[in-house]
Ligand binder design. Structure first.
Ligand code: AGP
Length: 616
């Protein structure tokens, strides 16, 4: 969750550090700080609990001497509460060394005992300060920051991205990463480090991804990457495909509102470049057919909203690729001793590509011999680098903690993958693929119609429902994961209890929850393409209506069967069953945002949550 930035170059670094941290705010944090080697060769640091503005105000009131070498950090508290003392950077080596960290050092307690026994003292409760003191001790032994890093990281267990600078080595920032994100920004006579590209995208879009267990040293003219044993390693360059403006709100009331409005293009951009003459051709999968021909099952692993995308994708993978698919929560998967091996393809889905639960499950799957494929929205992220293959979603930067456009992009990527696998396994004819591709290519315009036609209506009744205390979501078949997603969205940004159920489950217990006025959203299957399921869901609606429920039906344009029983009907364009989820979820995203806004809540940074959960 923490945000990290490093800078070396000709320019004063403070503004670069603070604006970089501002672009990382979405990661969720509760304190912030910077360290700068000033023009006089001194090392200045300032850190404050609270939001970035608290640090800004403090620096305005008590200026810090500026300099051209600096590091900055936003912290999401793990070891030790959000206090000034626990904020990063942490100092060592007689306050000549400053260190910032993202992750968790699992063996910090034993290292701290070792250092205390040697007479070192500590000023915070954090695991990071232990790493800083250890690094300071190693620097005193070698006088070289890179060598000190090498000696230090060999003692650390757990997940870490560490950045450090030393007063005696101006013009140098050194970083190391294990199981935590770090990318390099390549400027002209200046270089950057960041926990993701948002830290430096306003300055450069030329980037390098750093691999597992690697150390990077940046100076204004040079970038050197070595592994933990000191050998040089090749790093993969990439271009950041979105610009700083894309990471700004662009005039929208919130990042979430902006990102919901971008759902059509998130689908369109994820398709773009992957369909030729009506057939799917995913460049990232060229030459990797054996990933799909030699398997007899697929396990999709993810967390939260990404897991619900996986549940939708399961229907397409089984229907088009004719391969059995299980969807599992990543944090459950590796602790159940799963039966997997070389004939298993494990597909991970992660917007951030840094979710520790998912990353550790991917590593577990690889160690068990399974093949791995990552569906990810963040270039240079850790999970794709740990996978045998990657299919990127092209949703653009998703800043709001609540995932929206990435969700529809993930389903789109899964559908493209399912069509690709269906062709590779000979389960689909070109004609069948072309039919589904045509349906998929029609989705962006259909989502745009939902946004244009229903946004105002939904925001209106969301306002009326501001005092509601619980909401139920029902769906069948591919509508069931959408019910789960709608409930999650509402919970995480409006703090109202919400629950998604499979509609068929109602009579097996949940119908006991229904009392007069209970709001229930119902995903209604198409009467034309799913008449049997449509009839069953309409009878579910009648059952709960008879008990006083307040029905909000998400139904196809022209479906009159729901009218006698629904208090509100949210219309979606006609679509084949597998494509309905991409449309039905949009009103639920709008509703969650409308209700949270009506309650005066921060839809972008809801309480207790972070955009990327980089700790287990
Ligand atoms: C979704 O709105 C939540 N923010 C959360 O459930 C999220 O989907 C989950 O933490 C997975 O994140 P990832 O896609 O970055 O791995």
């Amino acid at each position: 969750m923490c945000g990290i930035i490093g800078y070396v170059g000709p320019r004063p670094s403070q503004d670069i550090l603070i604006s970089g941290l501002a672009r990382l705010e979405y990661r969720g944090y509760d304190s912030a700080g910077i360290a700068v080697i000033d023009g006089e060769g001194g090392l200045g640091t300032r850190k404050r609990a609270g939001k970035l503005q608290v640090l800004r105000d403090d620096l305005a009131a008590h200026p810090l001497a500026d300099g051209t070498t600096g590091i900055g950090h936003t912290r999401w508290a793990t070891h030790g509460g959000p206090t000034d003392a626990n904020a990063h950077p942490h100092l060592a080596d007689d306050d000549k060394l400053a260190v910032i960290h993202n992750g968790i050092i699992e063996n910090f307690a034993e290292l701290k005992s070792e250092l205390v026994a040697e007479g070192y003292t500590f000023r915070s409760e954090t695991d990071t300060e232990v790493a800083a003191v250890l690094l300071g001790r190693e620097y005193q032994a070698s006088g070289d920051l890179v060598e000190a890093f090498r000696a230090t990281v060999s003692r650390l267990e757990g997940a870490f991205t560490l950045l450090a600078l030393h007063r005696d080595q101006p013009g140098l920032v050194v970083g190391a990463r294990r199981n935590s994100p770090l990318v390099i920004g390549l400027g002209d006579g200046e270089n950057f480090l960041g926990s993701d590209v948002a830290a430096f995208v306003e300055h450069t879009r030329h980037a390098l991804a750093i691999g597992q267990d690697e150390i990077v040293a940046i100076t204004p003219q040079e970038v050197t990457v070595t592994d933990f044993s000191g050998d040089a390693v090749d790093v993969e360059p990439f271009e950041v495909v979105w610009d700083a403006a894309a990471a700004d709100k662009g005039g929208w009331s919130s990042f979430m509102a902006k990102e919901v409005s971008e759902e059509p293009e998130a689908v369109a951009n994820t398709i773009r470049g992957r369909v030729h003459d009506g057939l799917v051709q995913i460049p990232e999968l060229d030459g990797l057919d054996e990933l799909f021909t030699g398997i007899d099952r697929v396990i999709v692993i993810a967390c939260g909203t990404a897991a619900y995308a996986g549940m939708v994708g399961k229907y397409a993978l089984e229907q088009w690729a004719r391969v059995p698919v299980d969807v599992e929560l990543a944090h459950e998967f590796r602790y159940r001793d799963p039966v997997i091996g070389p004939r298993t393809l494990v597909v991970s889905i992660s917007q951030s590509g840094e979710t520790m639960d998912t990353l550790m499950a991917v590593k577990y799957a690889r160690e068990a011999g399974a093949k791995t494929l990552s569906i990810c929205n963040t270039q240079g992220a850790t999970i794709p680098r740990e996978s045998d293959a990657i299919v990127y979603t092209h949703a653009g930067p998703e800043v709001a903690v609540a995932s929206t456009k990435a969700f529809v992009a993930q389903i789109t990527a899964l559908y493209l993958l399912a069509l690709h696998v269906g062709r590779v396994r000979g389960a689909l004819t070109d004609e069948a693929i072309a039919e589904q591709v045509a349906q998929l290519e029609a989705v962006p315009e259909k989502i745009a119609r939902v946004l244009a036609g229903e946004q105002e209506h939904i925001e209106q009744f969301a306002h009326w429902m501001a005092d509601t205390r619980s909401v139920i979501f029902l769906g069948r078949h591919v509508g069931y994961p959408i019910a789960l997603e709608g409930a999650l969205k509402l919970k995480e940004i409006s703090y109202i209890h919400a629950e998604g159920f499979a509609a068929g489950e109602l009579k097996h217990g949940p119908i006991a929850l229904i009392e007069p006025g209970q709001p229930v959203f119902v995903m209604v299957p198409s009467p034309t393409s799913s008449p049997l399921l449509h009839a069953k869901v309409v009878s579910n609606i009648q059952e709960i209506r008879a008990r006083g429920a307040r029905i909000i039906a998400v139904a196809e344009e022209g479906d009159a069967a729901v009218l006698p029983f629904a208090d509100e009907v949210l219309r979606i364009p006609l679509a084949e069953p597998l494509f309905e989820p991409l449309l039905a979820v949009v009103p639920l995203h709008i509703f969650a945002m409308g209700l949270a806004t009506a309650k005066g809540l921060d839809v972008d940074q809801p309480r207790n949550l972070a955009k990327s959960v980089t700790v287990e």
